[in-house]
Design a protein around this ligand. Structure first.
Ligand SMILES: Cc1cc2nc3c(=O)[nH]c(=O)nc-3n(C[C@H](O)[C@H](O)[C@H](O)COP(=O)(O)O)c2cc1C
Length: 205
């Protein structure tokens, strides 16, 4: 089913909330399919946008299987779904969450840079955005990364703070991606509080 067909059936109240999960190239990507399953179990509709580098760590086909939909990587060439996927997607989404968010993605969106679909979507989209950083502790401690995260926070993005522990790279410290279950629960609670705003925003689309 395409996004357009989906939205044709839109009535506002009580409809599933529509979430786009932006997946970038972090080693924590292995948690992303589980996260998408947890969202679907909680009644959300999900679409997945991946960076090109993310597709080298994990196949889009897997995300297609868990989200039961085309996975968006590039809006150019044969990979695109429609004429301008960033427009179709920004109109479809009630919530945009970057899970996991790499240092590179965070830097791009913090400065409004849009070199690929995953970052273009951020600039095109006007609704609530969540960012779940995941990276090595030294990367997370870098002044520029900290600056970019603060900058996103100041622009109204909710940062889902990484936790502390032993990371997949073998080093210990902060930088672990927040767990799928806890993040899906957080979004569910957030939606329960903000449902009226979501419905109001839909009325403008
Ligand atoms: C196996 C592997 C794991 C990586 N894990 C991370 C990570 O957890 N966080 C991060 O910020 N970058 C990580 N990187 C580096 C990013 O993939 C790299 O900066 C890349 O340019 C990010 O691309 P993207 O933001 O377009 O997805 C990793 C690279 C590799 C090869």
């Amino acid at each position: 089913m395409t996004i357009k067909e989906d939205s044709a059936h839109h009535s506002f109240f009580g409809d599933p909330v529509q979430i786009i999960v932006g997946v970038s190239a972090s080693v924590a990507i292995y948690k992303a399919p589980v996260f998408i399953r947890r969202l679907i179990e909680r009644g959300f509709l999900c679409r997945v946008v991946m960076s090109e580098n993310a597709t080298k760590l994990m196949s889009p086909q897997l995300f297609e299987a868990v989200s039961d939909h085309h996975v968006y990587v590039s809006e150019f060439g044969h990979q695109r779904e429609k004429g301008m996927d960033h427009i179709t997607l920004k109109n479809w989404a009630d919530i945009l969450i970057y899970y996991p968010a790499s240092a590179n993605l965070i830097g791009n969106i913090a400065y409004g840079h849009a070199p690929d679909l995953i970052s273009t979507l951020y600039v095109a989209y006007s609704g609530p955005v969540f960012v779940a950083p995941a990276m090595n502790p030294d990367m997370l401690a870098h002044p520029m990364v900290r600056h970019n995260i603060r900058r996103l926070h100041r622009s109204g993005v909710e940062i889902l703070d990484p936790t502390t522990g032993i990371l997949a790279c073998g080093e210990a410290g902060p930088g672990k991606l927040v767990e799928p279950e806890a993040t899906a629960d957080h979004l569910k609670r957030w939606v329960d509080v903000h449902r009226a705003n979501i419905d109001a925003r839909r009325r403008w689309h």
